[in-house]
Design a protein around this ligand. Sequence first.
Ligand SMILES: C[S@@+](CC[C@H](N)C(=O)[O-])C[C@H]1O[C@@H](n2cnc3c(N)ncnc32)[C@H](O)[C@@H]1O
Length: 362
Amino acid sequence: MKTPADVIRSEIEQRGVMPFARFMELALYAPDCGYYEAKKENVGRRGDFYTSVSVGNLFGELLAFQFVEWLEELRGAENGLRIIEAGAHDGKLAADILAWIQLNRPKIYEQLEYIIVEPSVRRQEWQRELLKNFTPRVRWLSRFNEPAIQRFNGIVFSNELLDAFPIHRFGWDAAGKKWFEWGVAPDGEKFRWARLPNPVQDSQFTFRPPPELLAVLPDGYTVEISPAAENWWREAAGVLENGKLLTMDYGIATDEMFSPARPRGTLRAYFRHHASDDVLANAGEQDLTAHVNFPAIRKAGEDAGLITEHFYPQSKFLTEILARAAKSNSFGRWDSSDTRQFQTLTHPEHLGRAFRVLVQSR
Ligand SMILES: C[S@@+](CC[C@H](N)C(=O)[O-])C[C@H]1O[C@@H](n2cnc3c(N)ncnc32)[C@H](O)[C@@H]1O
């Protein structure tokens, strides 16, 4: 069977040195063999990394409480009871959200339409299997621009989706005072970094580093840009007539963009819970991920007419939901496992500080 490395090698043979973004796309999503295509158990203890979803059911339950509050505000709007998730992976987060709504808000559940936007046929199969008890409420689309959801009212959300989109890596050439793009070339059985010959256009940057910063930027300083993530956000904003668009992920805010602590960017590989800088090794076996550039995502939404409601740490988002849930006395059961999960989700050294939540609305 073909491996992502075979696919990458044959494309480089045909077209020459490959931009890293294409390497990442093939390593993660090459049909049948990419990391997210061939492996189902990438997330959680038996996988390569944890997410808020793998901590337990509580994350989805708190989101469900928040989503129902928002849906109730939207109730007047036609077709207001829609939730759209992307990056649903095995469907676990959808299952946690739907189970909570079914148990605690049965009337809303009966009217709810939960749509999963999932381009991969294989992942759709995994999700259909896990969500079979919720079948009448769930529907799948392979992309946003299918006619079925042209402009709608409701909530569009994702957890740890944007960090999984391919990134371009640009390096600073201090002597030549210009940016170059990092590409990938074969190196025997492996791959190595190679500079792409084409000049980097200003239009490829969503931000303009000031000249005084460029004057002191060390040679090889690397920044990452993900047009795929920005385009995805723009498309999601485009289908939202009335409602919320939100994402939860780890990422950087403006003031951290040129941190001296990250001269080589934020790109990392994860394999069995170990982070590594050797991102060109074992294509398709390890996860590849980079911090989300939140200012660029936020701008893409605002340019599409959305209003930014919140951009804050996950701990604040979840703590505020829990405070309202406690006050309403309608959250349902709560036991010591929920307390433990809540601590993990909000503790600054676990998922509370590094993870941020961006909420935009129209
Ligand atoms: C890091 S996993 C997150 C899984 C899950 N949301 C969680 O929090 O546990 C990222 C998922 O996004 C999926 N993905 C990548 N590109 C996508 C796209 N354009 N639309 C929907 N899902 C996508 C990947 O296949 C993978 O399943």
